[in-house]
Design a protein around this ligand. Structure first.
Ligand code: PMP
Length: 285
């Protein structure tokens, strides 16, 4: 991803893609003082753009790392980055981090908080699995307690066990891994939320130890508007055996049907297809 043509927005300026570099003593590289957003532009418009910018600022506050830009400035940065690369349909990655500076210990309040926006064309996150139903491994790691780490932040540090779990899943021929949380409840995938269907009703975990995804919130409202009952509740792993359909939601994942989790199988059924089609129509509306 580093050696290509294009422009990246970095600390207020559009710079050449290859020159968008940071120093090796960047605080974030050593201590995970970094928060980010993943967004998608469709037909020139970033879906739920303001919600993403607001979540970025909130993530920064949760990490005691105030980001020195307003929502309006972040909005402009994203659209400037898209325009500079000539994209109408692209994935947009906004990242903010503690840079190199006066501190090289754990404390970093004297180091500047920096921000960058990169965008690139990124198709279906799960490739073919997107239509056939993805196969998921069950992660050996657990999503941590909100008393251990600020789980509501989209923070780099929360992704270390995601990368490890996704590597383990791919080694077994799976597309992704499903986490349980520190209490043992079904939680989320490494970069997406999870939904289940049973007897025509939808069940999804409460976001009390997971990211309350913007796509998750969009889909819950969409289901309610369709008159489908949604239960946001704690889900036990034993219940996986009784669910008929399953899908993942996320900005990158969009709506991805799940065909298998561990030994449990699911059909790509009516509600899954309906939600996937409605989401596709909504993001392009
Ligand atoms: N959970 C995790 C761990 C994620 O990384 C993501 C992707 N941001 C999601 C859920 C889904 O969030 P969203 O719908 O806001 O993209």
């Amino acid at each position: 991803y580093d050696d290509r043509d294009g422009k990246i927005w970095l600390d207020g300026k559009l710079v050449e893609w290859r020159e968008a570099n940071v120093h090796i003593l960047t605080h974030a590289l050593h201590y995970a003082s970094s928060v980010f957003e993943g967004e998608r532009a469709y037909n020139g418009k970033i879906f739920k753009s303001v919600e993403h910018s607001e979540r970025l600022l909130k993530s920064g506050e949760l990490l005691d790392m105030p980001i020195p830009y307003t929502v309006e400035e972040i909005e402009k940065a994203k659209y400037d980055a898209l325009a500079a690369n000539g994209f109408t349909d692209a994935y947009v990655r906004v990242v903010a981090w503690r840079g190199a500076g006066a501190d090289m210990g754990v404390a970093s309040s004297k180091n500047p908080v920096r921000m960058a926006v990169a965008c690139w064309e990124w198709g279906a996150y799960y490739g073919d699995a997107k239509m056939k139903g993805a196969k998921l491994d069950i992660a050996k790691w657990k999503r941590p307690s909100p008393e251990t780490i600020p789980t509501a932040a989209k923070a780099a540090g929360l992704y270390m066990i995601c990368t490890m779990s996704k590597h383990a899943a791919e080694a077994k021929g799976c597309s992704d891994a499903l986490f349980f949380d520190y209490r043992g409840y079904v939680a989320e995938a490494t970069g997406a939320n999870v939904f289940f269907v049973k007897d025509g009703e939808v069940h999804t975990p409460i976001p009390d130890a997971i990211l309350n995804g913007i796509t998750r919130q969009t889909v819950i409202q969409m289901l309610k508007d369709k008159g489908i009952t949604v239960h946001e509740r704690h889900i036990m792993p034993e219940e996986l055996a009784g669910f008929e359909q399953c899908w993942l939601t996320g900005t990158a994942a969009e709506i991805t049907p799940v065909g298998q989790i561990g030994d449990y199988t699911f059909e790509v059924g009516d509600i899954t297809r309906d939600v996937a089609e409605s989401y596709e129509a909504m993001v392009r509306a």
